[in-house]
Design a protein around this ligand. Structure first.
Ligand SMILES: Cc1cc2nc3c(=O)[nH]c(=O)nc-3n(C[C@H](O)[C@H](O)[C@H](O)COP(=O)(O)OP(=O)(O)OC[C@H]3O[C@@H](n4cnc5c(N)ncnc54)[C@H](O)[C@@H]3O)c2cc1C
Length: 354
C-alpha cells in the first residue's frame, strides 16, 4: 500500500464554486491496487513550489461504479487545495497512493439496517460514497443524513444527493441545515450542535433502531455528535468518526504539547521488502529521523490522523503520542503510526509493507 503511483486526471467538475471534483484514470494494471471500499481516502502528492506536498482526500465516488473521484474544497491560503482548484487540468499527472482507511462498516445485502450520518461542508465526501454504496448494496437498509452548510450555493453534491433521494425514496432521508440562509423551520437554521442533535433524535430517528452513525466535518460538530449520542446511550463501536485535521479540541486529544527526552536506539525500517538500519539519537519521531537518514517512507498529515505512515512493529517497542486513525484491533496487531512513534527499546524494527 505504501507506494505512490502516477495517475492522470481524467475529468474535473465543479460541485460548487469553491470545490473541485477530480476523477483519475486508472490503467488496467493498477485496477486492483486502486479498488476501494466506501469511506476510504487517497493520499495525493505534488511538488508545489519546490515543496513535497502531500494531502489526504476521501473518495466520494461509489466503488460499485469503479470510478475513482475525490472532491477538494478550496481553503483560504491552503497550498494543495488552492492548487487543485485553480491550476489542475485534465491530463495532468499526480502521485497517488492506493486507497486506505477504515471509515466504513462491512455491508451485506441481507442487512435491514438503519444508518444516520451528520456532516458539514467538505465532510460530505466520504459520506456520500458510504450512503450510495449502502443503499445500492443493502436493499432493505435506510439512511438518514443531516448535512450542514453556510448556504444553498455552498452545498457540495446537492444535485447528487437529491438524485439519491429520488432514486431511494423512502430509504434515504436528507435534511439540510444552513447557517447563513434562513429556512422555514428553526430546526434547520444554524449549525449542527448539541441541541439540534437531541431534537433530531426525538423527531427523525430512534437511537435504539439505528445500527451505525457516521460523522465527518468540523471537530466541534463531531464532538457534539459523539457526546450527544453517548448521552443517548449509543455505544462507542456504533459511532464512526473521520477527522480531516488533527484535533485541537477534545476528540481524544492530549491537553498539552508533548515533548520527548532525547533517546538512543537502533532503528530498522522495511519498505517494499528492502530493509534499512540507522542510529536514532534524537527527540524527533521515528518517521522524521528515518527521513533524515534518507528513507523515503510514506506519510502525509504527520498529525496522527490520516494513517498514511502506518507500519507494523516487528521488534522492540515504541511510544505513540496521538492516534486518531488506528482502531483498537489494529493496535493489538502491532500497527503504529510512525509519525507519532518514539523508541522505547534499544532496537526497533518497523515494517511498512502492511
Ligand atoms: C483522512 C482525510 C480525508 C480528507 N478528505 C478531504 C476531502 O475529501 N476534501 C477536502 O477538501 N479535504 C479533505 N481533507 C483535508 C485535506 O487533507 C487538507 O488538509 C486540506 O485540503 C487543506 O490542505 P491545503 O494544502 O489546501 O492547506 P494547508 O496549506 O495544509 O493549510 C492551510 C490552512 O488551513 C488549515 N486547514 C488545513 N486543513 C483544514 C481543514 N480541513 N479545514 C479547515 N482548515 C484547515 C491549516 O491549519 C492552515 O492554517 C482530508 C484530510 C484527511 C486527514
Amino acid at each position: 500500500m505504501a507506494k505512490f503511483h502516477t495517475l492522470k486526471v481524467k475529468e474535473l467538475t465543479r460541485p460548487t464554486e469553491e470545490s473541485v471534483a477530480v476523477t483519475f484514470e486508472i490503467p488496467d494494471e493498477l485496477q486492483n491496487d486502486f479498488s476501494f471500499t466506501q469511506g476510504q481516502h487517497l493520499t495525493l502528492k505534488k511538488d508545489l513550489n519546490g515543496e513535497d506536498t502531500r494531502r489526504s482526500y476521501s473518495i466520494c465516488s461509489c466503488p460499485i461504479d469503479e470510478i475513482l473521484t475525490v472532491a477538494i474544497k478550496k481553503l483560504e491560503g491552503g497550498a494543495f487545495s488552492t492548487f487543485a482548484n485553480d491550476e489542475l487540468k485534465v491530463g495532468d499527472e499526480i502521485e497517488v497512493m492506493p486507497p486506505h482507511g477504515h471509515f466504513y462498516v462491512p455491508l451485506d445485502p441481507s442487512n435491514a439496517n438503519s444508518y444516520v450520518a451528520f456532516t458539514s461542508g467538505s465532510g460530505i465526501t466520504p459520506i456520500i460514497s458510504i450512503i450510495e454504496t449502502t443503499l445500492r448494496t443493502e436493499p432493505e437498509s435506510e439512511f438518514t443524513l443531516f448535512y450542514g452548510n453556510r448556504r444553498t450555493s455552498t452545498i457540495i453534491f446537492q444535485e447528487e444527493l437529491e438524485a439519491l433521494k429520488n432514486r431511494y425514496m423512502g430509504r434515504f432521508s436528507l435534511y439540510h441545515i444552513l447557517s447563513k440562509e434562513r429556512q422555514e423551520s428553526d430546526l434547520f437554521n444554524g449549525r449542527i450542535d448539541s441541541e439540534k442533535i437531541q431534537a433530531y433524535s426525538r423527531l427523525f430517528f430512534s437511537t435504539e433502531a439505528v445500527d451505525h452513525y457516521f460523522t465527518c466535518g468540523p471537530e466541534e460538530m463531531m464532538l457534539a455528535v459523539q457526546s450527544e449520542l453517548k448521552k443517548l446511550g449509543v455505544p462507542d463501536d456504533r459511532i464512526h468518526l473521520e477527522l480531516f485535521t488533527s484535533p485541537v479540541g477534545k476528540l481524544g486529544a492530549k491537553e498539552k504539547e508533548i515533548t520527548h527526552e532525547k533517546a538512543r536506539a537502533e532503528i530498522t525500517v522495511v519498505l517494499d521488502g528492502n530493509s534499512m538500519t540507522f542510529p536514532y539519537d534524537s527527540d524527533k519521531s521515528i518517521l522524521d529521523v528515518a527521513f533524515d537518514n534518507g528513507a523515503d517512507l510514506p506519510y502525509a498529515c504527520k498529525g496522527g490522523v490520516c494513517s498514511t505512515c502506518v507500519c507494523k512493529i516487528e521488534e522492540g517497542e515504541v511510544e505513540m503520542d496521538v492516534n486518531y486513525a488506528l482502531e483498537p484491533d489494529e493496535l493489538e496487531r502491532g500497527l503504529v503510526l510512525s509519525c507519532q512513534s518514539y523508541p522505547k527499546t534499544n532496537k526497533v524494527k518497523l515494517n511498512f509493507d502492511v
